[in-house]
Ligand binder design. Structure first.
Ligand code: HEM
Length: 510
């Protein structure tokens, strides 16, 4: 994502704009307080969006600090009030109890629509309900499950081969970049039925698509901090001109793919598509030939499934390197569950990671979940309040306020997890028999909760468990530089800033 470093706060124009905005903020707050009626009270003001901007590179640390102090607080913003909560009863209320009063709203829709159209991530109401219904059904079918497992296995074996080469030649690996490419290939093939091969870059068109996709999502996110984006879009300049160009590349690639699939379908008429497991073919069967609708489906699912799993797996690798005893315990579990003594080929090893073997990997499941508690792929998630309301903690919110729950901050709250909240301890997710024990989704919010809970949760766990079982079963990992500070980059998903350099060593080989 473009950084905020370009903003020099000492610049006279910037200072003038800041002063004007601050005056506006204070006037707004005074006005709201004057208008207080019926004894309504509002959450404490913990700062302004300018404090957030000043803390941009350590945003989640800053917001965790505020959450520990206030649990729920407001930040003043010239355009709207921003309420941030880490209180599970408030989270349950906005995500489930009064679900219809909190949604994407026009604010998110306008920011996202050029890239994601009317896809499941951008819409509310009936448009959302219909897509949710069809997608939930497709995600629960055995066909999609079997098809996706075969793709995860293929890509996990590819990944193992790359890691093996690095281990043999004693080279370091930037594992986050590898995982990003590998999850892109996996989700793209599950969604479109086509091999993108960003792992090896053999598909030139695929590479152009992949780069355009990353640039478009970064530029779309940039709209959230760029108050001038609409003017720039109108004038077709700067970041907006670039966004227009990259979304054009995306659209051309995706429409071509859709048209080819439609032609294939027309030629073979019956039988052909019903045998294909990918999401595009399934939607073509259910919804017919609406290319724009299909484009939106494709891009929304690719964005949902790519960075989230890659970022989680990257933090997971980091945790395993930081805690070698946990790494060994998880590797031992993989070895036992797959009955592996010796690895002769990665493709063979991958086929031993069966559904039954994955079921047995409770410790691995717990370690991945513990990673998501401390490093949730979506660190903050914003909703818009549609009408005045009072939250369960007794404080009010108003129509148009932005109300966010904070998975990152919540994962670190002592009042939710106890005094060892900041420790990485997979055991907290296991019962006395070593079986995985889930937590309330209103405390562990990494996948959201309520009617809009992540639709790909099981899918994501399956992929993450297959990938990590293969990596842990075949290799041992260490950080390249133990002393290097590893932190996040502030963007929509919680990526490791600058990637993660690691060294790999073979296990159980001839
Ligand atoms: C570690 C992996 C993942 C995490 C932590 C995660 C987390 C989330 C979160 C927090 C949301 C709510 C976002 C919002 O408010 O718009 C969400 C929604 C969603 N996720 Fe995931 N996700 C993951 C992987 C996936 C995968 C692999 C897929 C699909 C293949 C997927 C599909 C979706 C969809 C379709 C929605 C929208 C649901 C709706 O609005 O009804 N997710 N996910």
């Amino acid at each position: 994502m473009p950084s905020m470093a370009f903003l020099s706060l000492s610049h006279p124009y910037v200072s003038a704009v800041l002063c004007a905005a601050l005056t506006l903020l204070i006037a707004k707050e005074v006005l709201r307080n004057l208008k207080k009626r019926n004894g309504k009270k509002y959450h404490p003001v913990a700062g302004t969006v300018f404090n957030q901007m000043l803390n941009f590179n350590r945003m989640h640390h800053y917001m965790t600090h505020l959450a520990a102090k206030y649990r729920t607080y407001r930040l003043l913003n010239p355009f709207r009030y921003e309420v941030y909560t880490a209180e599970p009863c408030n989270v349950e209320y906005i995500l489930k109890t009064n679900f219809q009063n909190y949604g994407k709203g026009l604010y998110n829709y306008n920011n996202l629509k050029d890239l994601l159209g009317d896809g499941i991530f951008t819409v509310d109401g009936e448009k959302w309900r219909e897509q949710r219904k069809i997608s939930s059904h497709e995600f629960s079918t055995k066909m999609l499950r079997d098809y996706s497992i075969s793709i995860f296995r293929k890509n996990a074996a590819k990944l193992a081969n790359i890691v093996s080469e690095a281990a043999t030649s004693n080279n370091t690996l930037e594992i986050q970049d590898l995982l990003l490419r590998s999850t892109m290939d996996s989700i793209f093939q599950v969604v479109c039925g086509t091999e993108l091969d960003s792992m090896f870059g053999s598909n030139q068109e695929g590479k152009i698509f992949s780069d355009a996709f990353d640039t478009s999502s970064a530029l779309t996110l940039y709209r959230y901090v760029d108050v001038f984006w609409k003017i720039k879009k109108f004038l077709n300049i700067g970041s907006e001109a670039k966004l227009r160009k990259t979304t054009k590349i995306l659209n051309e690639f995706v429409f071509k793919l859709i048209n080819t699939r439609i032609q294939q379908m027309d030629i073979s008429k019956e039988g052909f598509e019903s045998k294909r497991g990918d999401i595009l073919s399934r939607f073509l069967q259910v919804k017919g030939y609406d290319s724009t609708y299909l484009r939106d489906i494709i891009l929304n699912f690719v964005i949902a499934g790519k960075d989230t799993t890659a970022a989680t797996l990257s933090w997971f690798m980091y945790m395993l390197c930081k805690y070698p005893a946990i790494q060994e315990k998880a590797a031992e579990e993989v070895k036992e569950a797959t009955s592996t003594n010796k690895i002769s080929s990665y493709t063979d090893f991958v086929s031993s990671v069966t559904d039954e073997a994955l079921e047995k990997m409770n410790y691995l499941h717990a370690a991945i979940t513990e990673t998501l508690r401390l490093y949730p792929a979506v660190p903050v998630d914003a909703k818009i309040c549609f009408s005045d309301d009072t939250l369960p903690d007794g404080y009010s919110v108003k129509n148009g306020d932005m109300v966010s729950y904070q998975p990152y901050a919540m994962g670190r709250m002592k009042f939710i997890w106890g005094d060892d909240a900041e420790d990485f301890r997979p055991e907290r997710w296991l019962d006395e028999n070593g079986t995985f024990k889930p937590e309330s989704p209103f405390k562990f919010t990494a996948f959201q909760a309520g009617p809009r809970i992540c639709l790909g949760k099981e899918f994501a766990y399956r992929q993450m468990k297959i990938f990590s079982a293969v990596l842990l079963g075949c290799f041992r990992f260490e950080l390249k530089d133990e002393e290097k500070n590893v932190t996040y980059k502030t963007m929509i998903n919680l990526h490791i800033d600058g990637g993660l350099e690691i060294k790999a060593f073979h296990r159980f080989r001839d």
